[in-house]
Design a protein around this ligand. Sequence first.
Ligand code: CDP
Ligand code: CDP
Length: 224
Amino acid sequence: MNKISIAIDGPAGAGKSTVAKIVAEKMSYIYVDTGAMYRALTYKALEENINIQNDQALADLLSNTAIELSPSKTGQLVIVDGKDITNIIREDAVTNTVSTVAAHRLVREKMVKQQKALGQAGGVVMDGRDIGTEVLPNAELKVFLVASVEVRAERRHLENIEKGYASDLEKLKKEISLRDQQDSEREVSPLRKAEDAIEIDTSFLSISEVADQIYQLANERMGD
Ligand code: CDP
Ligand code: CDP
């Protein structure tokens, strides 16, 4: 049977990476977390004191950075220049600057090129902000996940508590809203739903309900 491509987009905390991973595993497809790639570049820029307003400097940095996404039992490892940075790229320093880095034109051109190459053979579930619109515009299945900002902040809050981190729900709400705004209002490939994407509001759905819906849609598309 032909392998299809599945694009999953949506704002922070809508459940993209959690369900993308499940669907990819169920279908024995590759999972590509494109947000992790922007986070990896942001991490390296902060480490090397690169001006995050300087598109050219960031694009040059990206050219000299090897970003590797490697499947593991606990999800996906993010390896940069041979170093495992999976956990550190989820910390506030990166989370609160990644949207500035990701807004730059040259950075996005290079990233999109790398992501298209990862998806070119099909059999891929890719999640991000511009997958259905820019990276995989011909994906057989495009899904746009949404959820209220309250629910999304609450999810991150619970995640933090589970990890034993200090967490402030109101602060999370503000940070998520700001990132949504930056991602939606940027000039270069802003976060938006592709015309042919199916929107799923995950606010009151469990992880397995969302994953099942996408898996079912994928099977329908494979039958087309
Ligand atoms: O997991 P979470 O939704 O918090 O974020 P992420 O998917 O790790 O993405 C982090 C940031 O990278 C987003 O807020 C966007 O600014 C940027 N991003 C992007 O611009 N385009 C993508 N395809 C994926 C992420
Ligand atoms: O990738 P994205 O930022 O869109 O979201 P995520 O990191 O996959 O999910 C954020 C949190 O919401 C995780 O802790 C998930 O377990 C949780 N989640 C949920 O409670 N219900 C869903 N339907 C989807 C995700």
